[in-house]
Design a protein. Structure first.
Length: 85
């Protein structure tokens, strides 16, 4: 299955690690360090021109998505769980 992250970006649901609200970047020291490291190794992609509302972490990349974390989480919950597939 796939999850649409905004713009023309779609990822495999099996690659999804976490979905965070963009505010976590300011409120958590650990998340700041993680995102800073991802930027340093050029492993971050901003989707579209709109302001980012969420951070999506996959096995291979970190995405800034213009879609809210709530909406993305709802989309991911509509996917069959691994033990149901």
């Amino acid at each position: 299955m796939y999850i649409h992250l905004g713009g023309e970006k779609v990822i495999r649901s099996s690659e999804l690690v976490a979905i965070f609200d963009i505010s976590i970047e300011k409120s958590s020291k650990l998340s700041k360090q993680f995102v800073a490291h991802s930027h340093k190794i050029k492993n971050v992609e901003t989707i579209g021109e709109e302001e980012a509302k969420s951070i999506v972490v996959t096995k291979g990349k970190v995405y800034y998505s213009p879609i809210s974390s709530t909406t993305l989480k709802k989309r991911s919950h509509h996917l069959p769980r691994m033990d149901e597939a």
